[in-house]
Design a binder for this molecule. Structure first.
Ligand SMILES: *Cc1c(COP(=O)(O)O)cnc(C)c1O
Length: 430
């Protein structure tokens, strides 16, 4: 197939994320990827600043991850998980239990992040219902969250940025507290103040009889605005959940596996969730896989009425290829000096992006772990900016007013500098 034929068929038949067939935005054909470089059909190589949406933490085409998949294909690529089990899934379950909080002992293997969130919500609801608390049907969350595109997740996504208007009358009505106060505002640090939890606290106080669980992304609200918030807020959320006997679901699908400087972001608040979701970087960005972990207390609660079974079972649950490569990816991460790498990336992002704050179009520059964000006053035109960045040999995909970087941990200094200087240069032209 020539490049032209490919693009024509693509435009005719395929949906891309959040796009229109009548007003298509350009897509670039990729023929290969290695390390931090994407290779396009025309031979151009782009330095990737996106890690394919937080996932390819070890870079593309990693020989160790490739080998794990190849080895597993020689045994079996898939078998159903109902009534059967296998070593890749059991090893992964044990690994996830070992690297997460002590209380998390039980693992549900899901096939994508959104499904892991659905399972988390279902666990919380079943937990309450099995104990006779059938009025506990609501979730409490904070504005500016993002939890995936399936109906359960959508219902807790930010009601303004998310799809609430489109699905009014269909999405469950949950309770939204104000978004957490961010660590900085217009570039100035904002010290923690206990009043920042007031709105969340009063919503929990007023509605806890109806609330099955709180769901929140720990420390960083990701796709809902790339907002960093105080560990004190998360700690207060945990304490309030304990006080009102409400389960706490932490969604680490974006933040998990080192991105924010600790293996899991909740470690920064020294707390443990009741339910945890992981995904994205779980397989090093090679295959789709996610997981929902929970405690003995939740498991026992679900089964309290003597008939409670967790009612979920995807066809590709525990897929052996995905589990094998997840095991290889976690081993690779833990045996690497990921923490030093993330710290070094963080320092470099801080050093090299801060100059952007001198530009009139820039509202704020902020960095946390291996995440760099340049927030603008006005939204960027996606088509224009994609061309500007690819012309400069880098792959970045801003959304709205946010230009952001979340490189693979293995990125070299010079490649990261190319990404940061491209951002400065493109924004200088605005
Ligand atoms: C991406 C994301 C999801 C959804 O994961 P998918 O694999 O895209 O379904 C859920 N929660 C958070 C925090 C995410 O970043």
């Amino acid at each position: 197939m020539t490049e032209d034929e490919l693009l024509k068929l693509d435009a005719q038949h395929l949906w891309h994320p959040y796009t229109s067939f009548s007003k298509p935005t350009p897509v670039l054909p990729v023929v290969g990827a290695k390390g931090v470089r994407l290779e396009l059909a025309n031979g151009q190589k782009l330095i990737d600043g996106m890690s394919s949406w937080w996932s390819t933490i070890h870079g593309y085409n990693h020989p160790v991850l490739n080998q794990a998949i190849i080895d597993q294909t020689q045994k079996m690529s898939h078998v159903m998980f109902g009534g059967l089990t296998h070593e890749p899934a059991v090893t992964l379950g044990k690994k996830l239990v070992d690297i997460t909080a002590d209380n998390l002992q039980h693992v549900f293997l899901a096939d994508s992040g959104s499904v892991a969130v659905e399972v988390a919500i279902k666990m919380a609801l079943q937990y309450c219902f099995a104990q006779g608390h059938t009025q506990k049907t609501k979730l409490l969350t904070a504005r500016n969250g993002y939890y995936g595109d399936t109906f359960g997740g959508m219902a807790v996504c930010d009601p303004v940025n998310g799809m609430h208007e489109m699905f009014t009358g269909v999405l469950a009505n949950h309770i939204f507290a104000e978004a957490p106060q961010t660590l900085t505002e217009n570039g100035e640090e904002v010290a923690w103040s206990p009043e920042f939890i007031n709105d969340f606290k009063s919503k929990l106080e007023a509605n806890h009889h109806q609330i099955a669980a709180v769901i929140i992304e720990p420390m960083v609200q990701n796709a809902g605005g790339m907002r960093f918030y105080h560990a004190e807020y998360l700690l207060a959320v945990r304490q309030l959940c304990d006080e009102y006997d409400v389960l706490l679901i932490l969604d680490e699908i974006a933040t998990g596996f080192g991105r924010t400087g600790t293996l899991f972001a909740y470690e920064q608040a020294n707390i443990q969730p009741d339910i945890l979701t992981v995904g994205k970087a779980l397989t090093g960005g090679t295959m789709t896989l996610a997981a929902t972990l929970t405690t003995r207390k939740v498991v026992d609660g679900i089964e309290a009425d003597g008939k409670g079974l967790l009612m979920h079972g995807p066809t590709f649950m525990g897929n052996p290829l995905a589990c094998s490569v997840a095991n290889a990816s976690i081993d690779l991460l833990l045996s690497s000096s990921w923490q030093e790498r993330v710290d070094a990336i963080s320092t470099q992002l801080q050093d090299e992006l801060s100059i952007c704050s001198e530009l009139n179009c820039v509202k704020e520059v902020r960095v946390k772990g291996a995440i760099g964000v340049v927030e603008l006053h006005q939204p960027l035109d996606t088509i224009w900016s994609q061309k500007q960045f690819t012309d400069r040999g880098v792959w970045l995909r801003p959304f709205g007013r946010l230009v952001y970087l979340m490189p693979a941990y293995i990125i070299e200094d010079t490649d990261l500098s190319k990404l940061t200087s491209s951002i400065y240069n493109v924004l200088s032209d605005l």
